[in-house]
Design a protein around this ligand. Sequence first.
Ligand code: MG
Ligand code: MG
Length: 261
Amino acid sequence: MGIGKSPKIQLKTPAQIDAMRVAGLVVATTLATLAQHVKSGVTTGDLDAIARQCIADAGATPSFLGYHGFPAVICTSVNDEVVHGIPGSRTLVDGDLIKIDCGAIVDGWHGDAAISVPVGQVSAQVATLSQVTEASMWAGLAMARPGGRLTDISHAVEQATVAAGTYGIVADYGGHGIGTAMHMDPHILNYGAPGRGPKLEVGMALAIEPMATLGQADVVVGTDGWTVSTADGSVAAHWEHTVAITEHGPWVLTALDDVRL
Ligand code: MG
Ligand code: MG
């Protein structure tokens, strides 16, 4: 965004935020169900089928299916795969870290969230990577309050990651505005100086989604045209929540519980 110019950011009424919470709860419930099914021997396609059923049972519509031609309900990305992996015949084995990204639409409003789930016992390094990435997401979420600026979120995510150790912070992908579409303005970097970008206002809804690696930050897109993997083959973690900016502060719309920071 240039100086004095901000992207148009959709503002929601409190009733519209409530409607987004309904979509967010569908995502939260689906991810919680999927996490319970993650174990050695399960395929990523099995998880996709479970997600499809969960979302249908809730009377919701999957955001991802058909999005720019994406062929599945969820994204499943294993180990060095960071995001946008396509579910299929891959069988999970002990020690894998699977990232599951899920979006759902209710009455035209979107929710978007992602979790990293260990398969059986993962290495201490991988477990810590996931914990650090999740903590960096929460640091970013906590900054989603009126009076702040967009890059306060970016900075908080980066600082939480850097303070925890040496990790690659994936720069090619980031968070985004969300509402009547899954991906809306603004783009949210997972790094950078604070105090820049649009002012954060009541009624904004943002998806905050840090991606960190045990190696370098560089990523490559696979031959399927979707799967984003680390260039150096290092394991990556990804966590995401959709948050609304309310007058009282952040309301995490895709949390299973009613989380207001
Ligand atoms: Mg997502
Ligand atoms: Mg997202």
